[in-house]
Structures are given as C-alpha cells and as structure tokens.
Design a protein around this ligand. Sequence first.
Ligand SMILES: [Zn+2]
Length: 94
Amino acid sequence: MIRDYLSEESEKQIIERFNSMDFHCIFCNNPNPLDKTNVHCEQERLNFYPPGQDMSPYKDLRSSLRVSAFLICPLCKNKFFVNILDQGKINKLK
Ligand SMILES: [Zn+2]
C-alpha cells in the first residue's frame, strides 16, 4: 500500500506532538525531561519486506514517516539520539 504524503500542516502538528513528549535521562536520576534539539520530521520510501524478496513499487514500498531529534540531559550533559519511525498500522492478529 502506498500512503499519501503528509501535508506541511500535518508535519507541523506531528512535530508539536513530539515536542510535547517528555524523555528522561537513562544515565542519571535527573527528574526533569531532556532538552530537545534538531527535531526533524521526514518522509521516506521504505521496503517493509524481508531481505531476499523482490520489491514491487506498488506493494512493497510505501512512504513512511520518521521523527528524529537529539536529546540532551542538562544535569549529566549526555547527548542522545531518538528516532521514531512510523511502520504503519498493525494487522489484526488471528
Ligand atoms: Zn543525565
């Protein structure tokens, strides 16, 4: 299934939702959320089929959305990279 590309307005809303999320440091006990920098929202074409299978531009490839950012702990100064990749809706398990 090929998904339509998102509008600029939708990308803006996705970034706003991402910015409302709180991430916490995995190295120290800082009770405050990490600072976010370089927040990006991008769409790309992905092949969700396992390696070795032929790709079809009509079935196997679809556009996908990725939000990425650097997170910095103001307390211990560690820098992290977070990458949220949309992989589409799950199929109902039988
Ligand atoms: Zn920390």
